[in-house]
Ligand binder design. Structure first.
Ligand SMILES: Nc1nc2c(c(=O)[nH]1)N[C@H]1C(S)=C(S)[C@@H](COP(=O)(O)OP(=O)(O)OC[C@H]3O[C@@H](n4cnc5c(=O)[nH]c(N)nc54)[C@H](O)[C@@H]3O)O[C@H]1N2
Ligand SMILES: Nc1nc2c(c(=O)[nH]1)N[C@H]1C(S)=C(S)[C@@H](COP(=O)(O)OP(=O)(O)OC[C@H]3O[C@@H](n4cnc5c(=O)[nH]c(N)nc54)[C@H](O)[C@@H]3O)O[C@H]1N2
Ligand SMILES: [Mo]
Length: 771
């Protein structure tokens, strides 16, 4: 060994955090060393995507302006997405952008500015890009058209308050993993509880406890039933049973279970009488008095493609057991996604389990690390957003509809409103060309804008569509505070490396833009980034003191220590436990104060796609002769959404540079597809390539291509556009879940698949564009 190697100073490992967990890292100028937090029993391998991210060529080094925008000025432009960009220095780009923002506000008002900017951003509380852009638009221009709800739970968020209570309480402050480990006899997991999903949480957690809790429960004898088109939506270690119904038929399966309980007279009628409202309406539907069809096991067997006897046996096996029903977010991310969310609550009520330790209904338990945990006694600090003078909003996944149909009406949760006419959109911290459906339509939608601005650190397809691209730092290039409502460790997220190229923090970008709009003070309140960290910390520290907790150290002490463990609230079972023990004293926040097995409010909306009780509603888009397979486009194992798709762990798990698509060996054989072949998935919207992986863990009429591969479109004679990399959103349909929620329905589509024998087009998604 060279003496210089042994004596070279090793850079210090410093604490940091990401949505996939707390870690420490050190950067020596060429390589990043990353280590998960020592208290993490089950670290998330996604952490390895950071290793080669810092100086990857796909980083954006300097501000960029689209050629067409520079030459012709603001205005609708079909070149967006295929145009070249030119470099511009910071001073000039910020001045031009400030005058465009002023022009927009003065000529069209803030109602013409879309600032929804949906996306996961990074984990820190202060540099959270979405919060930054919202605060900027509010404090400098007076507001913006916002979006409500999430791609995660677009149907569940508006539905649950009508039925049982706010999502936060049904998902997050309900049955804990501790209760599951100790009390549950049977977990009926609709959509599974995949560890790849539950090891992710916005803001990050320092301990991934899901695997341990499920193992402990299984060891005690708890029975896990994975109801999903994919076998591995529950971990192999717990020996789960697998029931694989046809996608989007879960409501029928749940109805049949309740029907069987009715037949056997094993319904918990006392529970229903005391705690529920609307049984008669629901029963009329269940028994077929209202529509002539009894929702029997035989009926469901035909719809779900699950043997009748299996459903009957399943129903009978639940009686007298501590049953926990979970419904993953994915089930509601498709047409009529409201129905399984509602029916899950009805099933748990029919079993009389709501509010019992380890029992009842925990919507979305197992889909994100925030669920199933105790909540902190410390309120999470976050950047104040200022106030928004614009009242107009859209449900988040109606973005393309809004841009393509200004002024036209849309329905949402009992209201009818016109789509605002948007001329300028500002995005920071999201990637619509990852999250949205029917990407060709989305591309057309962005072409209608006068100006599209994107703050990004890497050349995503969204950045490539922008007129102005402002390069931002990665989280590793700045100081921040890591804190979530459910993990007791607050982390001093320290800067690990210098900013790349000329990239700047979103905060600095917005501060300098605010300056040019004459509003610097309003945006910054006179604080620099460091002073904001101290301010946010101090705010929370005082809150803790007020709550009668032990005094926490000062910001400087906390920063020097690198982390702080804070107290958590007791596991009290939340809203549903309180309701169970005293239904009159602590009623549910629903119209009747009880669980709504049917809802006169929802019935009064008159929506055919969301009636007044949970129902099995066949989708508009079921498989056809042309598109005979269901596509499950779920969350990726190897990354969070599209973030760091170019990173090590993600890249190692591609083949020939393509995303991997799983299909059943029989489905493959019928198409002469072998392991590792490049295949093409297509439907009426477009096509994409992927590498075929044959697996018996997939239903025969289902293929699975996760999201996350960066959109890499090429013109295609037959299909219009083909994504050569494997982004499934080229073939997902841009539909709302229903008139009630208008949520994203991107989880499921229908496609045909075949072997791709043409010469393989190169991947260009990670090459910087022509400059
Ligand atoms: N077909 C299909 N589509 C889906 C889903 C599905 O199941 N099927 N799931 C949906 C779901 S649940 C979700 S939540 C969405 C996720 O969609 P997104 O949240 O939009 O996806 P991300 O890849 O996390 O995008 C975050 C972007 O922010 C950028 N970023 C990170 N930190 C910063 C920062 O500090 N500053 C700035 N300016 N930028 C930053 C990253 O580089 C990245 O491009 O996808 C949805 N799309
Ligand atoms: N590694 C990783 N983890 C993540 C994310 C990520 O991008 N990467 N994203 C995070 C985010 S933002 C969210 S919102 C959550 C999302 O959590 P989910 O939406 O629950 O996650 P998915 O993986 O999309 O779907 C879970 C499973 O549901 C099954 N499924 C799909 N359709 C049906 C159906 O009709 N019926 C039944 N019974 N099952 C069905 C699929 O087999 C799929 O694997 O995950 C979070 N966790
Ligand atoms: Mo999500």
């Amino acid at each position: 060994m060279q003496p210089s190697e042994t004596t070279r100073a090793q850079p210090e490992m410093k604490p940091h955090s990401a949505h996939w967990g707390a870690f420490s890292a050190a950067w020596d100028g060429t390589e990043l060393k990353v280590q998960p937090h020592p208290r993490d029993p089950d670290p998330n391998p996604i952490i390895d995507n950071l290793v080669d991210a810092l100086r990857h060529p796909v980083r954006i080094a300097r501000p960029m302006v689209r050629k067409g925008w520079l030459e012709n000025g603001p205005g609708p432009d079909a070149r967006r997405g295929s145009d070249d960009h030119v470099e511009m220095d910071w001073d000039e780009v910020l001045s031009r952008l400030a005058s465009e923002l002023r022009r927009m506000q003065q000529t069209h008002g803030c109602e013409a500015i879309f600032g929804g900017s949906y996306g996961w951003s990074s984990a820190g509380r202060f540099h959270h890009a979405q919060s930054q852009v919202h605060r900027f638009l509010n404090t400098t221009l007076g507001g913006y058209v916002r979006s409500v709800n999430t791609y995660s739970a677009g149907a569940a968020v508006p539905l649950l308050p009508h039925v049982i209570g706010p999502m936060e309480q049904v998902a997050r402050q309900n049955v804990t993993l501790e209760q599951l480990a100790e009390h549950t006899d049977v977990v009926l997991a609709f959509g599974g509880m995949a560890l790849k999903n539950s090891r992710v949480a916005s803001g990050g957690v320092s301990q991934h406890k899901e695997r341990g809790a499920m193992e402990a429960a299984a060891k005690r004898g708890c029975r896990f039933i994975n109801i999903s088109p994919l076998r591995d939506d529950l971990p192999a270690e717990i020996n789960a049973e697998w029931i694989a119904p046809v996608p989007m038929t879960d409501t029928a399966l749940m109805l049949a279970i309740v029907h069987q309980l009715w037949l056997d007279n094993t319904l918990d009628r006392d529970f229903i009488a005391r705690y529920c409202d609307g049984w008669n309406t629901f029963e009329d539907y269940l028994l077929g008095r209202s529509d002539g069809i009894a929702k029997s096991c035989a009926w469901a067997a035909r719809i779900c493609d699950v043997p009748e006897q299996r459903i009957t046996e399943l129903a009978r096996s639940l009686v007298g057991k501590r049953v926990l029903v979970t419904v993953s977010h994915s089930l509601q991310r498709s047409e009529h996604g409201e129905q399984p969310v509602w029916m899950g609550a009805v099933l748990a009520a029919a079993l009389g389990q709501l509010g019992l330790p380890g029992g009842g209904y925990n919507y979305a338990l197992g889909t994100l690390a925030h669920y199933g945990r105790r909540n902190n006694a410390w309120p999470v600090a976050s950047l104040p957003q200022g106030s928004n003078s614009v009242k107009a909003f859209i449900p988040v996944a109606r973005i393309a509809d809004m841009l393509l149909h200004p002024g036209e009406p849309f329905d949402y949760d009992g209201q009818r409103m016109p789509y605002p006419h948007i001329r300028l959109a500002y995005w920071a911290g999201g990637n619509p060309f990852h999250h949205h459906q029917d990407l060709r339509r989305l591309s057309r939608a962005f072409q209608t804008l006068d100006t599209f601005i994107v703050n990004e650190s890497v050349w995503t397809a969204t950045a490539r569509h922008a007129d102005i691209v402002l390069p931002t730092t990665l989280t590793l290039e700045r100081d921040d505070i890591g804190a979530t409502p459910t993990d007791p460790l607050v982390i001093a997220m320290k800067r690990i490396a210098e900013p790349y190229g000329e990239s700047r923090d979103d905060y600095r970008i917005f501060s300098d833009l605010a300056e040019r709009l004459g509003k610097r003070e309003a945006f910054t309140e006179g604080r620099d980034a460091r002073q904001w960290l101290a301010h946010l910390y101090e705010h929370a520290r005082r809150g803790l003191e007020k709550a009668g907790q032990q005094p926490a150290p000062s910001f400087e002490e906390f920063w020097a220590q690198g982390e702080l463990l804070i107290p958590q609230l007791p596991d009290d079972g939340g809203l549903l436990r309180a309701f169970r023990s005293d239904p009159e004293g602590t009623p549910l926040p629903t119209p009747s104060g009880k669980v709504q097995l049917a809802s006169t409010t929802i019935a009064s909306f008159g929506y055919p796609d969301c009636p007044g009780h949970p129902a099995h509603l066949p989708p508009q888009h079921a498989p056809t002769k042309e598109h005979p397979l269901w596509l499950v486009a779920n969350q990726p194992y190897t990354k969070l959404h599209s973030q760091l798709d170019f990173g090590r762990y993600s890249m190692e798990n591609k083949r020939q540079g393509r995303e991997i698509c799983r299909l059943h060996p029989d489905t493959a054989a019928a198409r002469e597809i072998k392991e590792g072949d490049i295949i093409q998935l297509h439907n009426e919207l477009g096509a994409c390539l992927a590498s075929a992986h044959l697996s018996e863990d997939v239903r025969k009429d289902v293929i699975q291509l996760p999201t996350g591969a960066w959109y890499d479109p090429r013109p295609d004679e037959k299909h219009g556009v083909i994504c050569v990399h494997g982004n499934p959103n080229i073939v997902t349909r841009d539909l709302g879940t229903s008139a009630l929620g208008q949520g994203c329905a991107g989880q499921i589509s229908t496609v045909q698949v075949e072997r791709y024998d043409e010469p393989l087009p190169p991947i260009r998604a990670f090459d910087p564009p022509a400059i």
